[in-house]
Design a protein around this ligand. Sequence first.
Ligand SMILES: C[S@@+](CC[C@H](N)C(=O)[O-])C[C@H]1O[C@@H](n2cnc3c(N)ncnc32)[C@H](O)[C@@H]1O
Length: 198
Amino acid sequence: MTSLLPEGERLRLLDVATGTADQILTLMDAAPRITEAVGVDMSEGMLEKGREKIRARGRAEQVQLKTGDATAIPEPDAAYDVCTISFGIRNVENVVAGLSEMRRVLRPGGRALVLEFSQPTARWFRGLYFFYLRHILPVVGGWFSGDREAYRYLNVTIETFPSGDAFCALMRTAGFVNVRAIPLTLGIASIYLGDAAA
Ligand SMILES: C[S@@+](CC[C@H](N)C(=O)[O-])C[C@H]1O[C@@H](n2cnc3c(N)ncnc32)[C@H](O)[C@@H]1O
C-alpha cells in the first residue's frame, strides 16, 4: 500500500475503523514519510488495546486514537494527506456517508485508500472461492472459534457487498476523482484508491 501514498515529505494519516491500530503501525514502519497519525474507531475496547501497542512500539508521540463513527468523523475538514480504512467499510451502514466523510477530511489532492474483501472476477476461481466461503470456512472457523454463525455472516457480507466497478461508483458518488480498483490475490480483496480533487 505504501507505493500508493500521495506525494509529500511529511504525511498526516487518518485511519478509519482502525481497530487496534495495526494498519497505522504497519504503514508508519514501512513509510517514514508518515510522521503523524490519528485512528478512529467506534469501539473503545479496540482502541484501548491499540494504545497499548502504540506505547510498546514507541509511537505515542506520533499516534492518537479517538472514539468516533465513520459517518461522523470527529476531525476537521481538509486536515489529512491520506485517509485509509481496512476491512472496515463493509461494516459501515451508510457506505457513501462513510466515504464522503473520508473525502471531507482530506486536503485537496489528498488520497483515500480502502482495503476490503471483494469478489474474484475469474469464473473458475470465483466458484471455488464461494464454495470455500459458504461450506468450508464456517465449519473450520466454527471449530476454532465456536461461532459458526459469525463465519456465515462473513460469507454473506462478502458476497453481497459492492465490489470492483460497483465500489468505484460509490467512491465517485462520494466525490472522489481518479478512482480505481487494484485487485489483490485473484480479487479476494481489493485496494480502492480515490483522490480529493486538487
Ligand atoms: C474487521 S475490524 C478491522 C480493524 C482494522 N482496520 C484492521 O484492519 O485490523 C473492523 C473495525 O471496524 C470498526 N467499525 C465498525 N463500524 C464502524 C463505524 N461505523 N465507525 C467506526 N468504526 C467502525 C469496528 O469497531 C472494528 O474495530
